[in-house]
Design a protein around this ligand. Structure first.
Ligand code: PLP
Length: 229
């Protein structure tokens, strides 16, 4: 069932892309495996998924270790998509390839400090609160540019783009304005940038709204229920 679900999601991604002339290869499908078992994780990997999203550091750690023990050198990418407490930054930098949920300068500074200790440059996204009701966490759009500029000064983190969670709405079309805010904010960041490397990642879109997110420019979609339920 998981495999069929993934096939179906990939078809839906292709259709959404073809509507607006994007290429499906531009979209990274992240399987959000929070609360899912190791068996379920193995099934998504067998179905060709390479990117896993988790929302708790401790749970991710257990799965990371188990996965490594079972699969040896197999290369998976681990994404932190949930709220990260400052005191968990030390553990987070050890396993995550990309931390999507950096919601304050303080957290960015702590990740930088912990990444420096292990000689890592940690890729991060800034989580933007594009709606008041979706989550407690996130940087307000009007604060984003200033925080981005500060974060860009830190040596051991690299801001790769932006992430948002749209509010729960009764039809996916209603999530569009929030995705649009994120896309426009990313353009603004890139327009003002001083260096060569543009921020390119837009992490937005979940089970209920990923097609609309793709139409608005998502490069990563984070999907749980449509894969597992
Ligand atoms: C759980 C979760 C997802 C996946 O949500 P679904 O609706 O199950 O697809 C995506 N992003 C974040 C931040 C999550 O916590």
């Amino acid at each position: 069932m998981i495999e069929q679900n993934i096939v179906r999601i990939k078809q839906r991604i292709s259709i959404a892309c073809s509507k607006i002339g994007r290429k499906p290869e531009e979209i990274k499908l992240i399987a959000v495996t929070k609360n899912r078992s190791l068996e379920e994780i193995e099934e998504v990997i067998r179905a060709g998924i390479t990117d896993l999203g988790e929302n708790k550091v401790q749970e991710a750690f257990l799965k990371f270790d188990a996965q490594r023990a079972a699969q040896g050198a197999q290369r998976l990418k681990w994404h932190m998509v949930g709220h990260l407490q400052t005191n968990k930054a030390k553990d987070a930098v050890r396993i995550f390839d990309l931390i999507h949920s950096v919601d304050s300068l303080h957290l960015a500074q702590e990740i930088d400090k912990q990444a420096a200790k292990i000689n890592k440059i940690q890729d991060i996204l800034l989580e933007i609160k594009t709606s008041p009701e979706a989550t407690k966490f996130g940087i307000l759009p009007e604060e984003a540019i200033a925080i981005f500029k500060e974060a860009a000064q830190l040596n051991n983190i690299k801001v790769r783009g932006l992430m948002t969670i749209a509010p729960l709405v009764d039809c996916p079309e209603k999530a569009r304005p929030y995705f649009k805010v994120l896309r426009e904010l990313l353009s603004e960041l890139n327009a003002g940038r001083q260096t060569q490397d543009a921020q390119r990642i837009l992490s937005m879109g979940m089970t209920d709204d990923f097609e609309v997110a793709i139409e608005e420019g998502a490069t990563m979609v984070r999907i749980g229920r449509a894969i597992f339920d």
